[in-house]
Write a new protein. Structure first.
Length: 75
């Protein structure tokens, strides 16, 4: 497999992971908004931590994908 194909495959996996993380982030935020009044405090805190974690990981994946795209442009 050539280097270009390997980079394209990495970008494809990053797209899948990014999509899953963004979908889970939106789901967590929706749950948080809809259950803000009725959920226990520990549930709200765990959901907020999960939202922050998903956002950070999604941002990291986005940056890695951008690096791979830039690397692909240089080839």
């Amino acid at each position: 497999m050539s280097k270009v194909d390997r980079i394209k495959e990495k970008i494809g996996w990053y797209k899948v992971l990014f999509g899953v993380l963004v979908a889970s982030l939106f789901s967590l935020i929706a749950w948080l908004i809809s259950n803000l009044q009725t959920a226990a405090t520990w549930q709200l805190v765990c959901t907020m931590i999960a939202c922050i974690g998903s956002g950070v990981v999604a941002a990291a994946i986005h940056l890695n994908a951008q690096k791979q795209i830039d690397l692909l442009e240089d080839l």
